[in-house]
Design a protein around this ligand. Sequence first.
Ligand code: GLU
Length: 712
Amino acid sequence: MNRRYLKCFSLALLFSLHLWAEGGMYPINTIGSLNLKKEGLKMDVKDIYNPSGKGLIKAVVQLGGCTGSFVSDKGLIITNHHCAFGGLEPYSTPGNNLLEKGYVAGSQEKELPIKGLTCKILISNTDVSTDILKGTESVSDGVLKKNIIAKNIASYKAAEVLKNPDYTIEIAEMLPGKSYMLFRYITIKDIRIVYIPARNIGEFGGESDNWEWPRHTGDFSFVRAYVGKDGKSADYSQDNVPFHPEEFLNINAKGLAENDFVFIVGYPGRTFRNLPADFIKMQEEFTLPYISDLYTWEINTIKSLGAGDAKFMIKNEPKIKQLANVEKNYKGKLKTMRSIALYKSRLEEEQKIANKLNIEQSARFKNNLNKSNALYASMGSIAFKSYWYNNLYSESKAIALADNIRTISNAFRTMKTEEYNKIKKNTLSLIRSQYKSIYVSYDSIFLKKMLLDASNFSGSNMVPGLNTLLFKNENKMQVIREYIAKAYKKNLIFDSTSIFKIINDKPEKIEKLKDPFMDLVKNLNKDYHETDSLMTYYKAQLDALLPEYVDLRMEALGGDFLPDANRTLRLTYGYIRGYHPSDATYCTPFTTVRGMAEKDGAAPDYRLNEDIARLLNQNAFGAYKLKDKNDLPMCLLYNTDTTGGNSGSPLLDGNGQLIGINFDRCLEATVNDYAWNESYSRSIAVDIRFVLWTTSMVSGADYLLKEMYITQ
Ligand code: GLU
């Protein structure tokens, strides 16, 4: 597919946009400069976003880490199953496991509050770059400039909060050192569960199908936003009333065909496209392999321990899910970035940029790159050690405990009473949660693995504390085995009562405790903190170089890039489209419920929901004039530009009507976070017709269809 370049420059927005047929997460205030009509949009762009008034975007909300959209005038929000189903946990018991069974409230009185989940609605956005960049005009030192910007942001934000106490105020960096936007939101704090389908619908396919196409996951759910009687945001109260949004989405239950135009409005989290090629190298060589391999090991180890310990398994299920989601994403990224030689193509692009710029700019560009490449090289030289430390201190509860106990001891020796009490209080709460989560068998296997890994580190990745404490002789394996056997055997640190007693009654004694973990931490801490500070320093230096890099890139490419995703409202558009994941393989862009039935029983992740099975056997499709299960749409594939945070985003047709709920990408598209490409960038939604059929026929929640004005 050829990108069609239609350059348009908006001075007010400070960055220019290339318009191409697909791809691109466009900041919402820039969409007026896109010729979306030509691409297939049938409505007026002003009816999507209109700075001075209403627009479809008023129906789109940021829901926790996800996106959602209003689908009724009574605050009903549709989002993903995976964005809301955790809210059922406090209402679940072993005898009545709502997480598994799902929940239909049936009436507003029975809707269940989700503690901690909020919904943000965008009120307005303003370009505040001039104010934020004040005082930086003649500053050439990147770090100094960053500090001035940070101060300006803090004071601008504080003034805004005073002016508009009812709003949530955020200032987002769109382009580093160049463009800053102020976002004012209303934050609704009372969100309640309306309908969450059974887990074997909302999560059908589980980890086996995560980041995969073809897909048969009914990843949707409904929640409702409530406000105080005065219409203002309020904490949960029985007296609260449903929120009346300015806009809600209409639904297109007729469906679309391959190559039809679609668009998404949502809150994508983070992309890394405007960074130097060596950032990609760092990801490919260190970050992605280290983290994904470690997570593979953790998942397998937890699973094998869990095979003999059901309680441990249940407790760790959410953790496995989290780890597996990242692990598969990273492995997918690695696979695609290698197959498309992403690093090489980014190097070539940098060479092209250097050639295109004038002599003075080109010299500055090369100089900037030399500096950042040197910083990436320095980071790379200690990357394994740095990841090792971070994971060791967070994953091994024995190490974390020892570290926290030492923190209290150090504070006791060096701080004044008031300060010490503060540190003690905070650290004790960490210690309590570590005692709750420690599982000694797993901890010992994990620490052993980490020590074995570190015994193979060489050069600047070597861990000095291990050399002085453990690796004094040749037989490192044996030393590790002996250390682990001793450390986890009847150790005082695992006796929480004694430890709390010492902390509270005799903190002066902590220092003298003879404990293998405290010894280890004592030996590791200095280099751990130095490594951490170094990494932070390199990162700050790199950030400081970024404005110039972006500036010159923009100069050479004529603005051939957009601000990276940063959790601000974006529009992306494209077409319903299949793809070729591998040679001689073409995946069509629609799945049907037939696929769900076909997968049934093939693995524990594929358990066809009983009600769905029954309805399929009866060919029961209600008002849907379908022949059979081959006819009932399930999920669809399209080439928009999405990332994490777009979960739950509305997939809209050319008229702005809802046709699906975005929930994932295919495996190859995980690399989208670094580079969008027509050949592999594909996102996945659950088809609204499956949502409607399931809501009414499977779960008997017809009343919601009526609320959404769906008449069949
Ligand atoms: N399924 C993704 C996740 O769980 C969210 C959507 C995406 O990244 O495309 O992180």
